[in-house]
Design a protein around this ligand. Structure first.
Ligand SMILES: NC(=O)c1ccc[n+]([C@@H]2O[C@H](COP(=O)([O-])OP(=O)(O)OC[C@H]3O[C@@H](n4cnc5c(N)ncnc54)[C@H](O)[C@@H]3O)[C@@H](O)[C@H]2O)c1
Length: 467
């Protein structure tokens, strides 16, 4: 049974059944931008909600049905909740937790000196929650909503709760990381129509209860681990920041060229096959080929000529080099001296070797004296390798010896390569490669640059480049 089916299955535990079927009472710790919206929206779904904050001004506002922040529609919803006797507030978190079934934690996690995350509000809340759990018999659920480094829920919050309560996560109480994706200004709209609902839970019972809370606004939550849910939130925000900076750099280049940047980006966003899509968004190996490296260089050069600063675009080539260096590091760390490569072209399905990043790895290893054997489904001794390289000779003259050596390194079959090497580097997600490596056993180590396996064969000595 898959995770979703299991999670939808009714529970036999009467206490849990009550939490799923009834509307659990919810305490919300931290009544800032996230917490105040949660109080209002959860009460609008019919939950009894106790808001808790150390700030008496926010408590007083929420408790009297007024918004403590400027947010469209918030005062109205809080007013309805207070009038309907669904919303109360307190400064006593122990009391709030004791009198509810589920606690949402949305205290501040500001940046501390040095750039790290300040956990002090999380720790203070966790200790109070723990003291409350020590007083409670019923199973409680703690839902962490703060944006925090992966591992914080399990390594910072949970130990504090366990120490203060003498109870154990999973057995005595459930924990969940449920990132908040609201945008200030449209927070209520976003709560009602979330871009996604992500639930990383300590156990299925907890996931089921939390998913049920969100059921009126999202029937298909994404279930994952607590750490992955924590990382999703960071990945989202870094991605959004990347989009903003990228669009601004395109604007800075367009302006001196007299091109309307909005016209450019209006067309750009209409491409939902390659631009705004899952394409190019999975960790793997470096980019290469005859287009991306050339065009990134060209755009950086164009900006430089106009004295336009584009640090994001300028940084792409060095980020790509780091990924090439990472693959090299993995080969060196394997301790092998005989290395195989499955896939030489910059991607599968072409024989184009121009600026293929794996050739940088191969070239470096050849220089260091490694024995190399290679296979590529599209490259044969007849492939006009030297002609391809004359096109890129100005940017990779250092590859000339490798280009000359390549025909001798090529093998006709995967098996011929595997017979000669101690480690094999896979750069193409081909079914042939997957099948050959699935049954390899532990004799030849696998360095996977393309996520050939979601679950590597148990007996394989396997490493992925970003997983
Ligand atoms: N603001 C957003 O749009 C947004 C969106 C997604 C996630 N987040 C994350 O959610 C968390 C909360 O963000 P926010 O913008 O609502 O913060 P905020 O600063 O507006 O609110 C935090 C509240 O926590 C209260 N608090 C601090 N310590 C407390 C304690 N020990 N007990 C009770 N209350 C305490 C503070 O008084 C404050 O009212 C942060 O981790 C933030 O990164 C924020």
């Amino acid at each position: 049974m898959n995770a979703i089916a299991k999670f939808n299955q009714a529970s036999a535990d009467p206490a849990e059944l009550r939490l799923v079927q009834d509307l659990p009472a919810i305490s919300v710790v931290g009544l800032g931008y996230v917490g105040a919206v949660s109080v209002a929206c959860l009460s609008a779904l019919g939950h009894r909600v106790v808001g808790c904050d150390i700030d008496p001004v926010k408590r007083a506002a929420v408790g009297s049905g007024r918004s403590p922040i400027h947010e469209a529609g918030l005062s109205g919803l809080l007013g309805d909740g207070v009038d309907g006797q669904l919303i109360t507030t307190t400064g006593d978190l122990v009391d709030a937790v004791t009198n509810t079934d589920v606690t949402f934690v949305s205290v501040g996690t500001p940046t501390k000196e040095g750039g790290g995350c300040d956990y002090s509000a999380i720790i203070a809340s966790a200790r109070a929650i723990g003291r409350a759990l020590a007083l409670k018999d019923a199973r409680h659920i703690v839902v962490m909503r703060c944006s925090i480094p992966p591992g914080t829920t399990l390594n910072v919050m949970v130990p504090e709760i366990e120490a203060a309560s003498g109870k154990t996560m999973g057995r005595d109480f459930g924990v969940c990381f449920n990132p908040e994706f609201l945008r200030e200004g449209t927070a209520i709209e976003d709560f009602r129509a979330p871009p996604k609902t992500v639930i990383g839970a300590s156990d299925e019972r907890t996931a089921r209860v939390v998913a049920n809370i969100y059921r009126p606004v999202d029937q298909t939550p994404l279930l994952t681990t607590i750490e992955a849910a924590e990382m999703v939130k960071y990945a989202d925000n870094v991605w959004h920041a990347t989009k903003v900076c990228f669009a601004n750099e395109i604007g800075r280049i367009c302006k001196p060229l007299g091109i309307d940047s909005h016209e450019v980006m209006n067309i750009f966003v209409q491409d939902q096959k390659l631009n705004l899509s899952p394409y190019y968004l999975k960790p793997g190996f470096a980019y290469g080929g005859s287009c991306l490296p050339k065009e990134v260089r060209a755009v950086a050069h164009l900006a430089g000529e106009m004295q336009v600063d584009v640090p994001l675009i300028d940084s792409l080539a060095s980020s790509n080099e780091v990924q090439i260096a990472e693959a090299l590091k993995m080969v060196r760390a394997s301790g092998a001296t005989k290395v195989g490569f499955l896939g030489l072209a910059f991607k599968r399905g072409t024989d184009d070797l121009r600026e293929s990043p794996i050739l940088e790895v191969l070239n470096q290893l050849l220089e260091e004296g490694y024995d190399i054997a290679a296979h590529d489904e599209a490259i044969t001794p007849e492939t006009r390798i030297s002609e391809q390289f004359s096109y890129v000779s100005s940017v990779c003259p250092h590859l000339a010896p490798t280009v000359d050596a390549l025909p001798q390194l090529l093998n006709g079959t995967v098996e011929e390569v595997l017979d000669q090497v101690e480690v094999v580097v896979v750069t193409h997600a081909s079914d042939t490669y997957r099948e050959s490596l699935r049954h390899l056993g532990g004799q030849v180590r696998i360095i996977d640059l393309v996520r050939l396996f979601d679950n590597a064969p148990a007996e394989a000595q396997y490493q992925g480049i970003g997983w």
